[in-house]
Design a protein around this ligand. Sequence first.
Ligand code: NAI
Ligand code: 15L
Length: 274
Amino acid sequence: MPAPLTILLTGAAGGVGTHLRKLLPDYGYTLRLFDVVPIEGEPDAITADLADRDALREAVRGVDAVIHLAGISLESTFEKILKANIEGTYNLYEAAREAGVRRVLFASSNHAVGYTPFPQGTPPLPAEALIPVETARRPDTFYGLSKGFGEDLAQLYWDKHGVETVSVRIGSCFERPSNVRMLSIWMSPADCARLCHAALTAEEVGHTVVYGSSANTRLWWDLSSARALGYEPQDDSEAFAAELIAEFGELDAAKPEQGYLGGGFLTNPPIWPH
Ligand code: NAI
Ligand code: 15L
C-alpha cells in the first residue's frame, strides 16, 4: 500500500500514544490526535469520547489510516469495558468504514491470550516452542476479552467491508521492562514505532494478527507474522535481565500469576481507577 500520510491516533494522550506522538513524525506521518482527555501543548487534538459517533466521523475524515489505542488499558468492570473498549471500538470501525479508511492498526493485548501457559526452557527458545498467533484465545480479564472482541471485529470488517487491520497483541510497551515477565514480552517504544510503520505500509494485510514485542532473547511468542509485514525489531530486553532477576528472582511457573502469559492480571488485576 502507498505510504499513508495522515494517521488518526486515538488514545494519543496515553503512555503508548505519547511515545508514538514523538516517534512517528520521523517516518513522515502527519498525526491527527484523539483522546477523551486534553493533550497538553496540542491545541488541535480532538478531545472526545469514543462514544461520540459524530466526533469520530469528523476525526476519520480524510485520514489514510487509524492507529486505535484509545480505551481502558487495564481490568475494570464489565460495564466500563463494554462502553469504552467494545462499543467504542465498534464506533471507531463504523466511522472508518463509512469514510472509506483503508487500514486500522488495532492495539490488542497479550491479555487476549493471557491464560496461555508460557513455554518452559532455557532461552532463547526454539521456534517450535514459541506461542503462535493461532493459539486459542484465553482472555484473563474482561479487558482481555474486549481485545479478543476487537480482533474479531477487525476480521468482520475485513471480510465484509474490506477494511484492513493489523491487530497487534502488545506485550509490555514501556520505556523499560519493570519485572521479570516483561523480559519476555517487552516492546521498546522505538520498536513499537517500527512495528506501526511496517503495519501501515505492508502491501496487503487483510486482517493480520501479530505479537508486539522487541527481539527479546527470552521471547515466548512467535514474531514471524510481524516480521512478514517488514518489521525488524532492533531492541532486546536482555540488557535489563541481570538487574531484574537480582531484584525479583526467576519466574516460578508453579505460581498462577507467574506461569501464564497474562502474569498478575490472572490473580490481582490492576484496576482502572475511574
Ligand atoms: P493508556 O491507558 O496510557 O492510554 C489509553 C488512552 O485512551 C488514555 O489516554 C485515555 O484517556 C484514552 N481513552 C480511554 N477511554 C477512552 C474513551 N472512551 N474515548 C477516548 N479516549 C479514551 O494505555 P497505553 O498503555 O497507552 O495503551 C494503549 C493501547 O495499547 C490500549 O488500547 C492498551 O489496551 C493497549 N496495550 C498497551 C500495552 C502496554 O504495554 N502499554 C500492552 C497491551 C495493550
Ligand atoms: C496490557 O495490556 C496493559 O495495557 C499494560 O498496561 C500492561 O499491563 C501490559 O498489558 C502487560 O501485560 O504488561
